[in-house]
Ligand binder design. Structure first.
Ligand code: G1P
Length: 306
């Protein structure tokens, strides 16, 4: 074990991936939405890579029906590898093997999906009595902006759970969990005193929106067992965090890290396309050609309805 491994206080990542992805039909009729390519890499691979960069090499995916391609993606593809090896195509071979060697990936099925809180509860047995990180697949966080490291540092200093926030315009807050929070003596670290899932614009207590990264104390499991269905009839993680934020005792207390880095939303069609364009524009292989084409396309009045 390296020195970094020995010091590590958080080792496990949980990735809920049981959703049906209906916003991307018909693409998601026979394929999990997590496998949609962002440039040439499935969205889910970015998420696992982010977890691994923060030292979380034990990954549990919460899956469901039609999610077999996820397991195949993180497993070896012996035939493909043998073919590439025979051709001596080392570059492509490395691309194929990347996802296999990343982490130890485990799978458990959610059965009857009853919300994000329920998905986290399904992880209870695997996680046990350790703090763990939940990563939602719709948010890709840029590798250059290490959000999880900042969250782990806050947990090490202050204990309890840590949620990632971003500031959003008023007319978007109804799409997110929203926080009541006060500043601390550290910039962009806040103390959370309340949370509400997807409030109406006029009821939102702030502009702090939960983005899909949570570092949870295992105390969350006991709370989730008692959490009744909330918004949309689903068991909401936000509701359990509200209890942890307001209660006292072991494992209670919630802090937030306000993220100001680069984040790509792949949750709906328009944002997904923006994410692909932004990431492709920065790529060494195709970036400069794409940027040139885009500039030309826009200059010629692209986007005018036909
Ligand atoms: C979930 C959470 C919400 C959070 C959001 C972040 O909602 O319930 O609190 O703000 O993820 O992406 P969903 O987008 O799954 O409806």
């Amino acid at each position: 074990m390296s020195e970094r491994d020995e010091r590590r206080t958080v080792r496990k990542a949980v990735i809920p991936a049981a959703g049906q992805g209906t916003r991307f039909l018909p693409a998601t009729k026979a394929m999990p939405k997590e496998m949609l390519p962002v440039v040439d890499t499935p969205a889910i691979q970015y998420i696992v890579e982010e977890a691994v960069r923060a030292g979380l090499t034990d990954v549990l995916m919460i899956t469901g029906r039609n999610k077999r391609p996820l397991e195949d993606h993180f497993d070896r593809n012996v035939e493909l590898e043998a073919g590439l090896e025979a051709k001596g195509d080392k570059t492509k071979l490395a691309r194929v093997q990347e996802s296999t060697d990343l982490a130890q990936v485990h799978y458990v099925r959610q059965g009857d999906p009853k919300g994000l809180g329920h998905a986290v509860l399904v992880a209870e047995q695997h996680v046990g009595d350790e703090p763990f990180v939940v990563l939602l697949g719709d948010d890709i966080v840029d590798a250059r902006d290490p959000l999880l490291d900042a969250m782990i540092e806050v947990r090490e200093r202050l204990g309890g759970s840590v949620v990632a926030f971003m500031e959003v315009p008023e007319d978007q807050i109804h799409l997110y969990g929203c926080a009541v929070a006060e500043p601390t003596d550290v910039e962009d670290v806040v103390k959370v005193s309340g949370l509400v899932e997807k409030p109406a614009r006029e009821e939102a207590p702030s502009n702090l929106a939960i983005i899909g990264r949570y570092l949870l104390d295992p105390a969350v499991f006991a709370v989730l067992h008692e959490t009744p269905p909330g918004k949309g009839g689903e068991i909401q993680l936000t509701d359990a965090l509200q209890v942890l934020a307001q209660g006292e005792g072991p494992g209670h207390g919630v802090h937030g890290v306000v993220f100001r880095g680069r984040r790509y939303d792949t949750g709906d069609k328009l944002d997904y396309i923006k994410a692909v364009v932004r990431l492709a524009s920065e790529r060494e292989d195709i970036g400069s050609e794409l940027r040139e084409w885009l500039a030309d396309y826009v200059a010629k009045g692209a986007g005018a309805p036909r």
